[in-house]
Design a binder for this molecule. Sequence first.
Ligand SMILES: Cc1ncc(COP(=O)(O)O)c(C=O)c1O
Length: 387
Amino acid sequence: MFDFIPLSVPSIQGNEWKYVKECLDKEWVSSAGSYVDEFERRIADFTGVRYAIACVNGTAALHVALKLAGVRSGDAVIVPTLTFIAPVNAIRYLNADPVFMDSDDFYNIDIEKTLEFIRSQTVYKNGATFHTTTGKKVSAIVPVHVFGNAVDLDSLLDVCKERNIVVVEDATESMGTIYKMGRVAGKHAGTIGKLGCLSFNGNKIITTGGGGMILTDDTDYAEKAKYITTQAKNDNIRYVHNEIGYNFRLTNVQAAIGVAQLENLNRYLGIKKKNYLQYKQGIDRIPGLHLADTPDYAENNLWMYALQINKAVYGIDREQLMRLFDQQEIQTRPVWHLNHRQKPYRDCYGYQIKKAAFLHETTLNIPCSTGLKSEEIERIISCLEKR
Ligand SMILES: Cc1ncc(COP(=O)(O)O)c(C=O)c1O
């Protein structure tokens, strides 16, 4: 029998126990504790942003960020079809509609097609952009940094500014990804748009069990984010609420885990890179297989590894390979079902989607935990060689 190798599990080996114990000893377990503020401060310092506002999870962060960005009922929001469904759902929570975009070579939103869509399929009037087919106002775009790969944002920013389309980055998978080139060089993914969102779900590069963060340089957005994620209290002694708020703030116990995890983030980034290189060396020499490359304009966090399968050369397809790994107790996952094909979103507009479908059919995500051992990677590679 083999030891099971999971796809992506956290590594809890730092000060997590110590900081959580401190919360429990002091009986500060809910969202009012000092670790929540400290986690926000440390995330802001790490990413170089002015404000970080903690949320219960990345989906809630996206929901609030889109609301702050001005997305209203009946609007349209541009989003890639190839992504975990959370940003698409967040758009729908606001009764807006997604406009689905295709993917580029790095699984990210295809910026060229997006610009082409904005230029050819929308009109600009009275300070806003309208989709000509549906008549809907395109109020925002959600570039998702898929698998930690930085989206080519540099090319998008000017057009979005000209067209008054607010950029809300989904950086839930890209904590630690930093741009190296262009105007955004030196900036972290999630800190370039007006608002950015992180996730600390259990499978992410650092975790709080469940958690998220809104990043912004804008004081008004930051104040409003804190206000609506804490039930929109205008007077927190007399319980006066002038708006509809949400109970979306992270708890102290979760934030304590986050502070401890953050202390190890640079080490995790190093491990992700080392493991990626070991995989790459082994995989790229197998005919018909390729470990997906990452864009050279950023130092990517290499959160998730994407194995690309050319069935004509390799002999078996993604589904067959997944079953084979399953028999070997190695957990793998196909890329998410494309969102323009998901039941709730089938009627929504999609713009010339081709590559996303190809990537979806030919990609398998393979184990990427920071606790992955070199021998385990060798075992995975030898499975691929023998199949
Ligand atoms: C691309 C993407 N967006 C949003 C989310 C939502 O984050 P959470 O699970 O913290 O709600 C996730 C992951 O879970 C994700 O992968």
